[in-house]
Design a protein around this ligand. Structure first.
Ligand code: F6P
Length: 505
């Protein structure tokens, strides 16, 4: 950490810690200052950070921290396709998929999208025969984004093709999908940036066997590869015409916008997929053009840094008060924990403070009846994000959605206000922070903007901590050890050896 950054942290530590009640009393315009609408195609999103402990002094100090950390230059580097993933020597070009990047990368992304568009339209028009189902096989970033987007965006109007996302190596996962599909009318998408991931390649082989046993003469003819390693896909047996490549510079957990989003485009139609890209681009534009506290991703990162560093919060929770976004917490877990769960800075030095908090969460109101006890009365302070939509996703009695939204807002109010009692068991300490993101509706555009907000928030946090959010070396050791178990002849610690023996491995 530079001297300038350390000086800002000292300043932040010295600031008075006022309660939320005191902050609202001292500044009646607080809601106006800390909540803003972002216009997106067809609507708007309200980002309300007023129930956090950020005040004018914190905001000013964090703006200085951002400047000392070189935020403006690093943002420009990201958005212009410079090498920001320094440990792997490459750019991070997810925004190029949405039109923000070097002109070369934006052109390549557009050409690859055009190729995907043609295949999507060809499938819809019957060029690959009757297609009723798609089994999308991938894991991590090659599955979580598509699964979330499909769940969020196909509930109301249905899907043009019935898609099942399979990730786990546990055969039970693939069996569930196969049970829902007819081999004669099923395509298989093999989604893997590297085209080497054990889980994906094993599931893909089993899916091919299932097609063959189901009477499909040429199972490889039913496969579409979504990958940054097209040569490997061709070598594996996929015809080049059904390989949809994406750029190596697009990270796995940032890849929904590339050909990894193929199942979303197939299910929604190309127009829906384009709208998702446009929504993300609206957030990119805001992120590129807006400085300091007005930048919504940076403002959120200020609060994230405040709670991690100054209040010792080890976790942050996200509760979607919308069944359509039920998978959002799982998606954010990979995005935030795989990006920022690091112990060294971008130049390899040990970090001087906490990095990514543990991201967790669930869906409201279910979570209220399960985990909210701890949020209200536990000894851990957990900053919470609430995410809801004004328009209901269901056609039932509007009472459902009204009660859902009332509960969402009530929880934020209760966490903040608390309620004293002489009976400790019944006392609510209050002063517990939350932020609320309120969409007009869950549409492809609002969904795209919501995800882009989280991507840029993750990046802004990384800049403030000085770390590289685009590598993930921490996932490799376990994979290597699993391989060495398979190969045999390796001596393990007594506990692991006993487990292997007990399982007959
Ligand atoms: O092991 C972690 C990881 O590399 C993630 O970063 C990635 O999203 C996932 O595995 C899947 O990788 P691939 O798309 O190469 O199969």
């Amino acid at each position: 950490m530079s001297e300038a950054e350390a000086a800002v942290w000292n300043r932040l530590e010295a600031l008075e810690k006022r309660t939320l009640r005191e902050l609202f009393a001292a500044d009646p315009a607080r809601v106006d200052t800390l909540s803003s609408h972002l216009a997106i195609p067809g609507g708007a999103i309200l980002f309300d950070w007023s129930k956090t402990h950020l005040d004018a002094d914190h905001l000013a100090a964090f703006e200085d921290l951002a400047e000392a950390a070189g935020f403006g230059g690093k943002r420009d580097a990201l958005l212009s396709g410079e090498i920001v993933n320094v440990s792997e020597g490459r750019a991070a070009e997810h925004t190029a998929q949405r039109g923000f990047g070097s002109s070369d990368s934006v052109a390549v992304a557009a050409a690859l999208h055009a190729r995907m568009h043609m295949l999507v339209d060809a499938i819809h028009s019957g060029a690959l025969g009757e297609v009723e189902h798609l089994i999308h096989i991938g894991i991590g970033g090659s599955a979580l984004g598509p699964a979330l987007a499909l769940d969020a965006l196909t509930r109301e109007d249905g899907a043009l093709v019935d898609v099942h996302v399979v990730s786990n190596i546990d055969g039970c996962a693939l069996e569930v999908a196969m049970d829902c599909c007819d081999p004669a009318t099923t395509l298989i998408a093999v989604a893997s940036k590297t085209f080497t991931t054990t889980e994906t390649m094993t599931n893909a082989m089993s899916a091919l066997a299932w097609l063959r046993e189901g009477g499909v003469d040429d199972p490889y003819g039913r496969v579409i590869a979504l990958t940054a390693s097209p040569d490997k896909a061709v070598e594996w047996g996929v015809d080049e015409t059904r390989v949809l490549p994406f750029q190596e510079s697009v990270g796995g957990r940032y890849s929904l916008w590339s050909s990894i989003g193929f199942p979303v485009a197939l299910a929604l139609g190309w127009e829906g997929f384009s709208e998702m890209l446009e929504g993300a681009a609206a957030f990119d534009q805001h992120f590129a053009d807006t400085d300091g506290r007005a930048n919504l991703a940076l403002r959120a990162a200020f609060a994230d840094q405040y709670y991690a560093h100054l209040r010792g919060c080890q976790t942050r929770a996200c509760f979607a008060y919308d069944e359509r976004l039920a998978l959002l917490p799982s998606y954010l877990q990979q995005l935030e924990m795989e990006s920022n769960g690091k112990s060294v800075t971008a130049d390899g030095a040990p970090v001087s403070g906490p990095t990514a908090p543990i991201t967790w969460g669930g869906v409201g109101t279910d979570a209220q009846h399960a985990v909210f006890q701890l949020l209200h009365q536990g000894t851990n302070l957990v900053p919470v994000d609430f995410i809801a939509a004004i328009r209901a996703g269901d056609m039932l009695d509007p009472a459902h959605h009204r009660i859902l939204l009332m509960n969402c807002f009530a929880q934020g109010a209760a966490l903040m206000a608390g309620r004293p009692s002489d009976d400790g068991a019944r006392a609510y300490p209050g002063d517990r922070p939350s932020a609320t993101i309120l969409l007009d509706d869950v549409t492809p555009a609002s969904f795209g903007a919501l995800i882009a907000f989280h991507e840029h928030r993750t990046f802004a946090n990384a800049v403030l901590m000085g770390i590289n959010p685009f590598d993930q070396f921490g996932v490799e050791l376990g994979k290597e050890i699993a391989k060495s178990i398979e190969q045999g002849g390796v001596a393990f610690d007594p506990s692991t050896a006993a487990l292997l023996k007990a399982a007959g491995l």
